[in-house]
Design a protein around this ligand. Structure first.
Ligand code: SF4
Length: 482
């Protein structure tokens, strides 16, 4: 992987992990920093297998320490060797925005080594930028939105020599070099109808490279935060059958390690209390699942849910608090009311549940002083033991977000489209009339120091003092990862 050198991150992550480890006693350190399995790959692997495509593998250039010569510089010889060692008819890519440039470079090498191979892109950045991505000479097709129908339909058409114009959700270059989208739009597949994931797509040894296993109960989020790219997944949550969810957890842990915690990938895990309680009852009966989840403050008000979260194995709840400014919440965070923050966090803590905030710096309606107030607010909540930790991200108007689509509406001017710099740890890629990019970034860097200090304390939920030898916390926090 490539890394972003931000010196303040080192102490920040180290102190974050003091808090994180205190409520994750079984956590093992990652041998290589994959962090988590790319969920989409196992998911679509299952879809393809169900359609009869069983000969597939993964090319893991992410954790290979030799993939980059230096930050931002791919080692072409390493990529070339990987391509030669892994010949295939079709290569699938689903990069994040900041990785798009590396995905292009890798695709170019693949096209040089295997000129007859087909290169297909999809996912969170390829969908909103479909025409631009499809115009790249090393990309043959872009599958837009969810790919469970389009991808097997595309492979079938290619295999049978049929016209791909009959495949839905597809963008590609025509014979004149113009990109166009096919006419058909597939409806999303209901979670209950999705094939079982291809659990063993990665070798079992990858279990040593991940921090947790991601699992999904509900897909989609009904809110419309201006900085979010959830559109790719969908707005109306659809639920997987509980028995299927439990089978997946068992299968993942059997392959990658029974010690693994689960991280619920649902964007708002406690959105519908009754649906959540059904799952929590099942987890309670399962007995040995320990997990983390993410949700919104306004979805943590039901005491039945809080009690059941605790008894069913929840260890850590991540909450999108984002900023102290209620005005910013009204504009950017859809239905978030901060008045109840302290009361809600107290109830969550008193239910025995550790919490961690998502904090976002750089909202365009804020002055630098407003941003500092947000950092201080979160810091104060940590001081009061109402939060155990926080992440800190610089705001990025990612393609696919409302901000990227319509920056003027939010008082932003996007400065460039060099997506290799669209990263939460790098200087902002936009300007506002309230703060310069330099001012915003300075608040971010100072905020990392402030939060590092706030988290440097005895954990609330554990009597175990922080370990003396900090290397015992693993090494992932040495750099920010791309
Ligand atoms: S930020 Fe969270 S709550 Fe807002 S739209 Fe995205 S997933 Fe939903």
């Amino acid at each position: 992987m490539s890394t972003v050198p931000v010196p303040q991150r080192r102490l920040f992550w180290r102190n974050f992990d003091i808090q994180y480890h205190s409520v994750h006693p079984n956590l093992r350190h990652m041998k290589r920093n994959m962090w988590e399995l790319p969920h989409w790959a196992l998911w679509l692997g299952g879809v393809l297998e169900a359609h009869g495509y069983s000969d597939m593998g993964v090319l893991d250039l992410y954790t290979d320490p030799g993939t980059f010569n230096a930050p931002g510089r791919l080692a072409k010889d390493v990529v070339e060797k990987a391509a030669r060692d892994n010949p295939a008819d079709v290569y699938l890519f689903s990069p994040m925005t900041v990785n798009l440039c590396y995905a292009y470079e890798i695709s170019t090498v693949i096209k040089q080594v295997h000129p007859a191979a087909t290169v297909v892109y999809g996912g969170v950045v390829a969908t909103p930028l479909a025409h631009e991505v499809a115009a790249h000479p090393s990309v043959d097709y872009v599958v837009v939105d969810r790919g469970e129908r389009a991808l097997p339909a595309l492979l079938d058409a290619l295999r049978d020599g049929r016209d791909v114009a009959t495949v839905g959700n597809l963008v590609y270059r025509d014979s004149h070099g113009r990109t166009s989208r096919t006419a058909i739009r597939y409806p999303d597949v209901a979670p209950a109808d999705l094939p079982f994931p291809k659990i063993d797509l990665f070798p079992a040894s990858s279990g040593g490279d991940i921090r947790y296993l991601r699992q999904v109960y509900a897909l989609g989020c009904p809110y419309q935060c201006t900085f979010c790219t959830i559109q790719t997944i969908g707005r109306r949550p659809g639920y997987f059958p509980i028995e299927r969810v439990l089978r997946e957890i068992r299968a993942y842990r059997a392959h990658y390690g029974a010690h693994h915690n689960i991280y619920w990938g649902d964007e708002t895990f406690t959105l519908h209390p009754e649906r959540t309680l059904e799952l929590l009852d099942a987890l309670d009966r399962e007995g040995d699942v320990r997990y983390d989840c993410q949700t919104r403050l306004n979805c943590l008000t039901d005491d039945r849910v809080l009690r059941k979260l605790k008894s069913s194995g929840c260890q850590w709840i991540e909450i999108g608090l984002e900023t102290a400014s209620q005005d910013s919440h009204h504009t950017h965070k859809h239905h978030m009311n901060l008045d109840t923050t302290i009361e809600t966090l107290k109830r969550v803590r008193d239910a025995g549940l550790a919490t961690c905030a998502f904090t976002v710096n750089g909202f365009p309606d804020q002055t630098p002083d407003d941003m500092v107030r947000s950092i201080d607010w979160i810091s104060d909540l940590i001081d009061q033991d109402l939060l155990q930790a926080t992440y800190l991200f610089g705001l990025v108007p990612y393609p696919g977000s409302g901000m990227y689509q319509n920056p003027e509406r939010f008082g932003m001017k996007i400065l460039h489209r060099d997506f290799s710099l669209y990263h939460e740890d790098l200087p902002p890629v936009y300007a506002t009339d309230k703060a310069t990019p330099d001012q915003i970034y300075q608040v971010f860097l100072d905020g990392l120091d402030t939060f590092a200090q706030a988290m440097d304390k005895r954990p609330y939920f554990s009597d175990v003092p922080p370990v003396g030898d900090l290397t015992e916390y693993g090494g992932f926090w040495a750099d920010a990862h791309v």
